[in-house]
Design a protein around this ligand. Structure first.
Ligand code: SER
Ligand code: ZN
Length: 501
């Protein structure tokens, strides 16, 4: 992507320049910068240049133009140092930098399908004929935070996302089970509602599970523990279910989770007096004044979304001895929450769901090996106990999908396998769990290291309990006597507790 940078800035000095610094000094400095300092690191003929340099009072005004090799804002930082050195000889310091104008022009052939309307730190955007012109609104502290570079990176990401949209989401079949006998052709949620096994809760995409389906879900969980977690040496942990922003900043979720998060807020104060008007309003109207509440709370994060990210705070900044690897832990301590799209459908797609999250870490080789062991165990469970018809596919890694990035088919070592099963009542395939090798993403994001200096890798596998149930019941039905022998003996008798008149 070809780029042009045009920056107008003023160096504010601690003293009047006239009388102290000669024009010749300034001209010499400018010549040195243009021939040497601003070309450093750039290919021959490239780099930045001071197009104009003027001083009056305690101000040095600079106009810098550059290509992408020494971007004008980097050039400015170099110049600040260099002029600082010159002025220092005359006991004058540079107090600050004011950015008067900053225009970045980019080649933007990919602009076709992508209209850039608004960007942070940009006051004006012009997009025409393969060019994108940005007028930035920044100060020195934004330069220190490398905002211009991050803006360009952001645009590149947006462009890549458009390139990807054209192609379909990555999906590559890895394994397909044998055909299996189906004993049911209805929607299991509908059937469970009819039988009072289940009731829609007060919240969106949320159910109350009655004793029968709860027993089935717990049996599925028990199978997972008995067949996989326990024999492989997994230890149980309890992960937080409220996720503070600090976690999502490091996991990458802060890049894209917004349309799907369940947000969590705390009161601005717990002083009852501060809340009295809200309480009173409810008491006299019987309505909860949500608008009033919104003004009295502040957002601090969201509800558990991907389950494993908040675990990593446990290891953050630590160094571990290699000999304790591989480490295998799991969490089943609570719900996950996603604001699902219109696609909400029974227990197959929920805003509140239950999942066992399996997490392992080790050297790269250990993590990849272990993922294969897990895949074997899962196949055994689906074949021999649940008798499911399912398939496995190599898909966009969950951690990229959740950051809003497109999938990389080229990723072969790190990535996600989705497990999908066919729902006979609709003929659709439903993803019911995944197994992922996450590479060094999490250890890097949370600064976890190994004593040997070797890279720490990790993997995780999310087992959606409602999804397992949905898939099993859709294929095998709700009648216990039609279920595979092994499974029905694990479930035992279904409790009958409620009756309604
Ligand atoms: N953390 C992974 C996910 O969110 C596995 O549960 O998909
Ligand atoms: Zn995970």
């Amino acid at each position: 992507m070809d780029m042009k940078f045009e920056l107008k800035a003023a160096l504010k000095c601690s003293g009047i320049l006239e009388g102290s610094v000669s024009q010749l000094d300034i001209d010499n400095c400018k010549t040195y910068c243009n021939t040497d300092l601003l070309k450093k690191g750039a290919p021959p003929g490239c780099g930045a240049e001071i197009a104009r340099c003027q001083h009056f009072g305690n101000i040095i005004e600079l106009e810098i133009v550059s290509d992408r090799f020494v971007r004008a804002h980097d050039a400015l930082l170099r110049l600040k140092k260099e002029f600082g050195r010159l002025l220092g000889k005359h006991s004058i310091g540079i107090r600050g930098v004011e950015i008067e104008d900053y225009k970045i022009t980019l080649d933007w052939e990919w602009g076709e399908g992508l209209k850039i309307r608004k960007l942070p730190f940009v006051k004006e955007i012009k997009q025409e004929k393969g060019r994108l012109e940005l007028l930035l609104d920044i100060d020195e502290s934004a330069l220190d935070k490398r905002i211009p570079d991050r803006l360009i990176r952001l645009l590149e990401d947006k462009r890549d996302a458009v390139r990807w949209k054209g192609k379909s989401e990555h999906w590559e079949l890895l394994f397909e089970s044998d055909k299996k006998p189906f004993h049911f052709d209805k929607d299991p949620t509908e059937e469970m509602l009819k039988r009072d096994w289940l009731r829609h809760a007060a919240g969106r995409g949320q159910y109350i599970y009655g004793p029968q389906i709860t027993k089935i879900i717990r049996a599925l969980e028990k199978i997972l523990l008995d067949e996989l977690c326990t024999p492989l040496g997994y230890k149980e942990m309890i992960f937080p279910k409220f996720v503070a922003w600090d976690v999502w900043k490091k996991s990458g979720h802060a890049k894209g989770i917004y349309p799907e998060a369940y947000y969590v807020c705390t009161p601005k104060t717990r002083d009852p007096e501060y809340w009295e008007d809200v309480m009173d309003y409810f008491k006299v109207t019987n309505e909860v004044p949500v608008d009033m509440i919104m003004e009295k709370i502040e957002n601090v994060g969201g509800m558990c979304y991907a389950q494993c990210p908040p675990f990593w705070i446990f290891l953050q900044g630590k160094i571990m001895p290699d000999e304790i690897l591989p480490i295998m832990v799991f969490d089943r301590s609570g719900t996950s929450h996603r604001y699902e799209s219109g696609g909400l459908h029974g227990i197959e797609r929920l805003d509140e769901f239950h999942r066992v999250e399996i997490l392992w870490m080790g050297t790269k080789q250990q993590v990849i090996e272990h993922s294969k062991v897990l895949q074997e165990k899962y196949r055994r469970i689906f074949n021999e106990i649940l008798d499911l018809e399912w398939r496995e596919a190599w898909v966009t890694p969950w951690f990229m999908a959740q950051e809003g990035k497109a999938g990389l088919a080229e990723l072969k070592e790190a990535g996600t396998i989705d497990y999908e099963a066919v729902l006979p009542y609709s003929g659709k395939w439903l993803e019911f769990q995944n197994v992922s090798v996450n590479g060094d993403k999490y250890p890097t994001g949370f600064s976890v290291k190994l004593q040997s200096g070797e890279d720490l890798w990790s993997g995780c596998s999310g087992v959606g309990l409602e999804r397992w149930a949905a898939v099993f019941l859709a294929q095998k039905g709700l009648d216990v006597d039609k279920w595979p022998e092994k499974f029905s003996s694990i479930v035992g008798e279904l409790p009958e507790v409620f009756r309604f008149l």
